[in-house]
Design a protein around this ligand. Structure first.
Ligand code: TYD
Ligand code: MG
Length: 453
């Protein structure tokens, strides 16, 4: 009987060992090493047939002879998706889409398959064809270019691909695939590695773009070996708060474009809607002025976003005052409160302070600091700010108002949305001319207090 070959893999980072050990040398995680069956195959993975209909034959070319006029990207007809990818799906590229369960990965890619004006093969290992059809009917029922396959074995998938010759292949999800050449179960490190390698070979040899869905682990990393992220061309992350409707698509890695671009969607009854002007939705329209609300002109990636900050300051009932922040770093909130107390003389030590960023969005742009301070002051004084004010500056430990990057872009966005005044740092470099919006320069927190009250 042939000897069964096994190896030990860290389930966290994918490092391979000859024997079991308690701690992984590579990622230092404990108890993550498990034995998996491996089998050395004679022929591995995707094999183009001899009468190949390969769309690309590779031979060396001088760099200035390379033709770039030919369309190297497929337009997905989804503006947000195109933007994040850097202008469309690159031929022969492998894209990995990660995200928490239930966030809408399958919905997003099914929706894109239904929109694509190309022959698309959507391979699902998670849902049946009927289930997918039901979902598709909610989104866009009339598309004759989209084919659905429920299969998990890569060899069978390649057989179907060869018969169908699709322009785009979508795999939902990489963790459900398994290859005959590896013995271990689907979702194990060695299977994920092998299936991805086969798909890469297929994508490069036929210039067909492949999009993979990947599950993420509890701590937010894509499940499977870290090298999976190195193997693919683009890693996209789909995130958002499941209890809110907004979803953000960002590129963590992109060989064909910037990683600063951001796509925003709204989850609706009939799928995901592209949000082309997020600021208008994030700011709640209200007739009456409420205290404790301030608008921050933030940037997410390259996109300006006007975000509403809400604060509630009240007298503490219990001995120790509570501080809590949703969508904002709680340590930073404590720091800003200390600055307000020390530099501007506000007695907040005996008050409860609650802070909330509306829309279920988490902000780490430091430019939100000034809006946080303004919201806290407004709630503390129980006096509403004018609702056409907005803020864009960082606040330092000595109460100084510091400039933020790309402030002009923020000012133009605020002007476009009809704000009357934007508060920025005195040290911001602004060369804008003919702006209608009033730019209010501040150098210390005291300036803000004096201007507001
Ligand atoms: P799904 O795409 O299945 O998530 P994932 O593949 O990331 O696990 O998304 C499921 C959620 O999306 C589910 O909670 C219902 C919601 N949804 C809508 O709100 N509207 C829709 O049209 C669809 C298809 C799903
Ligand atoms: Mg899914």
């Amino acid at each position: 009987m042939a000897k069964v070959k096994t190896a030990f893999f860290c389930q966290n980072c994918g490092a391979q060992y000859a024997k079991w050990q308690g701690q992984c040398n590579a990622c230092k995680a404990w108890n993550t090493i498990a034995e998996e069956l491996i089998e050395k195959p004679e022929k591995v993975g995707w094999k183009a047939t001899t009468n190949t209909t390969s769309k690309r034959v590779s031979k060396p070319l001088k760099i200035n002879e390379i033709d770039t006029t030919e369309d190297a990207r497929l337009n997905s007809l989804d503006a947000e998706f195109n933007r994040v990818l850097g202008g469309g799906v690159v031929l022969g590229s492998l894209t990995l889409l990660g995200g928490e369960p239930g966030i809408g990965k399958s919905t997003l890619l099914l929706q894109i398959s239904l929109k694509l004006p190309y022959k698309t093969l959507y391979v699902s290992g998670e849902e049946s064809q009927k289930q997918i059809k039901m979902r598709a009917e909610r989104i866009n029922p009339n598309n004759s270019n989209c084919y659905i396959l429920t299969e998990t074995k890569t060899q069978n998938i390649f057989k179907q691909i060869e018969a169908l010759q699709p322009d785009v292949v979508i795999i939902d999800s990489i963790q459900t695939l398994h290859s005959d050449y590896i013995e271990s179960s689907a979702g194990s490190i060695s299977q994920i590695k092998e299936c991805t390698t086969e798909l890469i070979k297929f994508a490069k040899e036929t210039a067909t773009p492949v999009i993979l869905i990947g599950h993420i682990t509890k701590d937010g990393h894509i499940a499977g070996p870290k090298i999976l992220e190195h193997m693919v061309d683009t890693v996209l992350q789909f995130e958002g708060d499941r209890n809110h409707v907004f979803r953000i698509l960002r590129a963590n890695k992109n060989r064909f474009g910037s990683t600063n671009e951001l796509g925003i969607y709204e989850m609706q009854g009939a799928g995901l809607r592209e949000v082309s002007n997020p600021s208008e939705i994030l700011i709640s329209k209200k007739d009456e002025d409420l205290s404790g609300n301030a608008i921050a002109a933030t940037l997410e990636g390259m996109r300006p976003l006007m975000i509403e900050v809400q604060a509630l300051v009240s007298t503490a009932v219990y001995g120790t005052p509570q501080r809590s922040a949703t969508g904002f770093n709680a340590k930073r909130l404590n720091m800003l409160l200390a600055v307000l107390e020390k530099r501007a003389g506000f007695r907040l030590g005996a008050k409860d302070v609650f802070l909330n960023i509306t829309g279920g969005i988490t902000v780490d742009d430091p430019a939100i600091d000034l809006a946080v301070i303004a919201a806290i002051l407004s709630s503390n004084e129980d006096e509403a700010l004018q609702n056409n004010f907005c803020f864009a500056a960082e606040v330092g430990l000595s109460g100084e108002i510091r400039p933020v990057q790309r402030v002009e872009q923020r000012i133009l966005e605020a002007e476009k949305l009809g704000f009357s005044t934007i508060f920025v740092s005195k040290y911001s470099k602004i060369s804008l001319k003919n702006t209608v919006i009033k730019i209010q320069y501040l150098s210390k927190i005291e300036d803000l207090v004096a201007l507001l009250y």
